[in-house]
Design a protein around this ligand. Sequence first.
Ligand code: PLP
Length: 373
Amino acid sequence: MKLFDVYSLFDVTPAKSKGCRIWDDKGQEYLDLYGGHAVISVGHCHPRYVQALKDQLDRIGFYSNSVRNPLQEELAARLGKACGYPDYSLFLDNSGAESNENAIKMASFHTGKDRIIAFRKSFHGRTSGAVAATDNPAIVSPFNANHKVTFCDLNDAAAVEQALRGGDVAGVIIEGIQGCGGINVPDENFMKHLRSLCDTYGAVLILDEVQSGYGRTGRFFAHQWYGIKADIITMGKGIANGFPCGGILLSPAFNPVKGRLGTTFGGNYLAMAGALAVLDIIEDEKLVENALEVGEYLKASIPASPLIKEVRGKGLMLGIEFNCPVADIRRKLLFEKHIFTGVAGSNMIRLLAPLVLTKEDTDTFVKALKEVL
Ligand SMILES: Cc1ncc(COP(=O)(O)O)c(C=O)c1O
């Protein structure tokens, strides 16, 4: 049997990792400014994280959600305090797409309505409702396309209000900062307006913080930069530093009904051990603060160049937009300078480094970038 060929692969085989470094199977060292696509929050193979998972595996690795799991309760209490939503409830699942799927479903149950407003250049995942709310027709099958979704331009409050006037909107889903669509930071005033429009029309405001959350932008959630609260917040990626885990936070307005949400693997012991270790490390090593400080330093160090159009983003969620395709620059960074970077569209290098990145690491990247340009 061969693999179903859906990924374009770089010819690199990571074999070992530590902090912001990866070594391939030939012993070549790389600097990781991609974080495995925003997943590595507390750094590769952080000793406390590794120990927590090993210890948990020795105790109990899995049982179902039909019994009490104190680790889930501990995570809910700790996360509520850490992110500033202590009165919300936590539902645990396994991935970003699943979190968005559950959020959309809850908005629809709650309001009894069946339309979602989403934004152009959005990405919310590849499952049924999440991909329907994703602005990329190439990955939406005819089956997915039957969902009722209205797309508006980011920052266009008038278009959102017009859609809400139809009276059938269950919720509005928006990324804290658009990631795959090109590191687009929504205007603060627009986000405040969106919050009040959702209140006026009784729609649920869903903040997709799968990529922009968990400290990456220098706030626990990116939407906290705009001074608003969401009704549902969706999470994934960095929550357990690579052990598959996702979750949604629901405001007290949502009443749980037995059986409406559920999952076999969500909230399992290993994911919880990983997620609790991540919170410990984020707090003890002040990684949200580090993401902001090092991210701002990095942003300010990107050299001026006729090839570079704009540098956008917050903290360690940064996009360098070029006036030309970046495939060649990225390839040189990887194979000549041994630095992993991400991409958004054809012209943007997207940086999603582990939150433990240091200023020295960013100097290494900036020097390499200058040499490659
Ligand atoms: C903003 C956002 N939402 C949802 C997802 C989907 O997450 P997953 O791949 O874990 O399903 C992603 C993944 O890149 C994302 O960036």
